[in-house]
Design a protein around this ligand. Structure first.
Ligand code: SF4
Ligand SMILES: [Zn+2]
Ligand SMILES: [Zn+2]
Length: 313
């Protein structure tokens, strides 16, 4: 839609630059930025994500969502002097990709005066992701499966070392509904119940996870970074296209184009379903991994299963 000379629907003064199809609003840059920051503020308070004296670590990959989250939280937390905000970057070891992202994450942190810590798969697990993919090329498992499990553990280890009370991750509305549909695809009811947008897998993680961008669309989080001139890594991960998630993402984008608001409708349905089935996982026993002692719902946690398998290959 061409917005030449159309006034912003909120302030009614500035020229609109963005048409938000799902709400019908035409927004100027300032009102767009305010709307995103207010949406994050509302999400945080609606779900009581933070306490006044929280030690928060933001998981910053260097991509648009995580750097946008870092900038937004840094603005919000400036009003809460007892809260500390730090950033953790996990370097999975993806040549020609993650190296640049780590630099961009560091650049953003130094611009905002936020302490930045990096942990790598190589130092924690003995392998880079590239090495893992090379070793497991015969398996029918996508790189993202290994990456996701090991990244979660790496974040937990880093958070434990830093003594943080919350990890904020940059999962957007798109990420949340993609995961929901993937779990439906696999019939994984337990994961649907446990992947709440607020406390991700709270029963299986030592450090509570929160997702302050869970009601912000991915394309709006990118737009937020663009118009604020926030540096972020634009190159996609070389392994991303191999994932089923990528097809789900494209399907959802097409659906949203034809039916604006479809993503929010799915998100609201997801919330209702999660609420309806949360009691089904409450009674499930949580065990300690026989190898490493991490909380898990199997005898051996997924991280140890991966590491054991790599030793045999
Ligand atoms: S796309 Fe997959 S492999 Fe690449 S960083 Fe994300 S989870 Fe890891
Ligand atoms: Zn305006
Ligand atoms: Zn284990």
């Amino acid at each position: 839609m061409i917005l030449k000379m159309v006034k912003c629907s909120i302030c009614r003064q500035n020229r609109a630059f963005y048409f938000r199809e799902y709400s019908g609003e035409k927004l100027c840059k300032k009102c767009f930025i305010d709307s995103i920051e207010n949406k994050v503020r509302t999400t945080i308070s609606k779900h009581r994500m933070f306490e006044i004296d929280d030690q928060i670590s933001v998981a910053v990959s260097g991509g648009k969502d995580s750097v946008s989250l870092l900038h937004i939280l840094s603005k919000i937390e400036a009003n809460f002097p007892k809260t500390t905000l730090r950033a953790i970057t996990v370097d999975e070891g993806i040549k020609g990709y993650r190296d640049e992202a780590v630099k961009i994450a560091a650049e953003n942190c130094s611009q905002l005066g936020i302490e930045h810590f990096t942990v790598s798969f190589k130092e924690l697990f003995g392998y880079t992701l590239d090495e893992i993919i090379e070793k497991t090329y015969r398996e029918k498992i996508t790189p993202c499966t290994y990456c996701g499990v090991l990244r979660r553990r790496a974040l937990n280890i880093a958070a434990g070392k830093l003594g943080v009370s919350k990890i904020a991750t940059a999962h957007t509305l798109d990420d949340e509904i993609q995961t929901f549909l993937l779990n439906i695809f696999h019939g994984d009811i337990t994961r649907i119940a446990r992947s709440s947008s607020v406390h991700h897998n709270a029963t299986l993680n030592f450090v509570l996870r929160v997702k302050p961008l869970c009601e912000v669309m991915e394309r709006e989080s990118a737009l937020y970074a663009y118009i604020n001139c926030i540096p972020f890594q634009e190159m996609p991960c070389p392994y991303a296209s191999e994932a089923l998630r990528n097809d789900v993402r494209n399907t959802l984008n097409r659906l949203e184009e034809r039916h604006p608001g479809a993503k929010y409708t799915i998100y609201r349905s997801m919330e209702k379903i999660q609420k309806a089935i949360e009691t089904t996982v409450k009674g499930l026993p949580v065990k300690k991994c026989e190898k490493c002692g991490e909380l898990t719902n199997a005898d051996v946690c997924q991280t140890c299963q991966i590491l054991q398998k790599l030793e045999t290959l």
